[in-house]
Design a protein around this ligand. Structure first.
Ligand code: NAD
Length: 411
């Protein structure tokens, strides 16, 4: 074994970083039967929850693109709102919440006045607020479509969290509504704006791995059923599915941007969860995907195994390992060539925004201003959803399912 090409130190990935992935930030005993008995499915209507953590105020700055954030849950409060502080173009302009007290506290933290707070019911009044350019929907998955369509009706652009919807029909309705309104629809696939993921794509496209042959993607975490944000995730009417919809989707999306190709066939296997807290969604699922080029993918996701977010791509010249691959911070990419290992850390990149959340928030105004294409479009989200549905069908029927509906890839 020769020396490493670069002397960059290996970054330590804390358990905390891993656990933050997919926002399922907790370890809990799933064997707590009292808890299992007390678990009840959340209502399939809009609710509000109290404000959990204090957040630092935003600095002053001239940023021209105003966002209204819809849903003040964990991801919005802990990742997205603080990220505005590092934005060049995006500005926090309004909050939409089912809990006015929580919204008032958040508004105070971010120097917003009371007029900037909307409820889920009076949300449509944003049509009268010209300072709101876009709406960012960070609600449970089943609520994405209606808020997207309402936002388009109000003449706003839309950023919507992944998965964009729970059904293919809803996803298509969202895309159509954007086209009718002549407004942009962007999906919050933050990894497209993460420097390490971008670097991995560039290395692969430059042919450094040779021909990509086998890709492995694993996204797992332990769902904490004491956390309210776990409850809608295990209720199919709100989530559309279990670990695959929530965190496996990172592997589905990444297999498309890493291989730059769409699968033509999928196979899958799942086992019924033993824990009654799982409601009507899967805990663990594994899948195989076959590509016209001959590349193959095997992927997995789980809600009951220790936190992992790992991609591995094997080419006929070199291998690439990303571990963690989709963390909020501290992602790591390693290139394994014949007998040496190159370690990259975020420090080695010259991309100005290392914060993927701020880069994502800025991407929409930048694309609009430059009339440039959006990287993570509604069509990207729809394609992922179609592949996910094919994987569910393959798992249910125990037969391969064709995904060869006219291969395309944005590149
Ligand atoms: P969360 O449960 O913490 O927040 C959901 C918010 O929606 C809460 O404020 C809740 O009060 C509100 N809400 C309104 N109606 C509700 C209802 N009927 N049931 C439950 N909550 C309701 O969830 P989260 O982790 O913030 O996830 C929200 C969205 O963000 C999801 O689509 C999720 O997939 C996505 N997400 C994306 C990432 C990422 O890295 N891109 C990370 C975490 C979550």
């Amino acid at each position: 074994m020769t020396q490493k090409k670069h002397s960059a130190p290996k970054t330590h990935t804390s358990r905390r970083t891993l656990l933050s992935i997919g926002s399922l930030a907790a370890v809990g005993s799933l064997a707590n039967t009292a808890l299992a008995q007390s678990f009840t499915a959340p209502p399939n209507h809009l609710t509000g929850r109290p404000y959990p953590t204090p957040i630092r105020p935003l600095p002053e700055g001239k940023r021209t693109f105003g966002y209204a954030i819809v849903g003040l849950g964990k991801y919005a409060l802990n990742q997205i709102l603080p990220a505005f502080a590092e934005c060049q173009h995006a500005r926090l302009e309004a909050l939409v919440s089912g809990d006015r007290n929580k919204a008032l506290k958040v508004a105070q933290q971010y120097n917003l006045n009371e007029d900037s707070i909307y409820s889920y019911e009076n949300f449509d009044n944003i049509i009268h607020n010209p300072k709101i350019d876009a709406v960012y929907i960070i609600l449970p998955n089943a609520l994405h479509a209606d808020f997207t369509i309402r936002a388009f009706r109000a003449g706003k652009h839309v950023m919507c969290e992944k998965p964009m919807a729970t059904t293919i029909e809803d996803a298509q309705r969202m895309i159509d509504a954007g086209k009718r309104a002549n407004k942009q629809l962007m999906i919050g696939y933050r990894c497209h704006y993460d420097p390490l993921n971008r670097q991995a794509v560039s290395v692969i496209r430059n042919g450094r791995l040779g021909t990509p042959k086998i890709l492995t993607t694993d996204n797992t975490d332990i769902l904490d059923f004491q956390d309210p944000s776990a409850q809608w995730r295990v209720t199919k009417a709100l989530s559309g599915g279990g670990s695959l919809m929530d965190i496996g989707i990172y592997g589905i999306n990444a297999s498309r941007y890493l291989l730059n190709e769409d699968p033509i066939e999928v196979m899958a296997m799942t086992v019924p969860p033993k824990n009654p807290n799982f409601g009507d969604v899967e805990d663990r699922i594994t899948w195989l995907m076959r590509y016209r080029s001959g590349a193959m993918v095997h992927g997995s996701s789980s809600f009951s195994t220790a936190a992992t977010t790992r991609f591995g791509l094997q080419g006929d010249k070199a291998n690439l390992t990303m571990d963690p691959a989709t963390g909020y911070y501290g992602n790591r990419v390693e290139l394994h060539e014949t007998d040496e290992t190159e370690v990259w850390t975020p420090r080695m990149f010259t991309i100005p925004q290392l914060n993927q959340f701020s880069a994502q928030l800025d991407h929409l105004p930048e694309a609009i201003q430059k009339k440039a294409p959006i990287t993570s479009t509604g069509e990207e989200g729809l394609q992922d959803l179609k592949i996910i549905q094919a994987i569910y069908k393959a798992a249910e029927t125990q037969k391969p399912v064709s995904t060869d509906w006219g291969n395309w890839r944005l590149g």
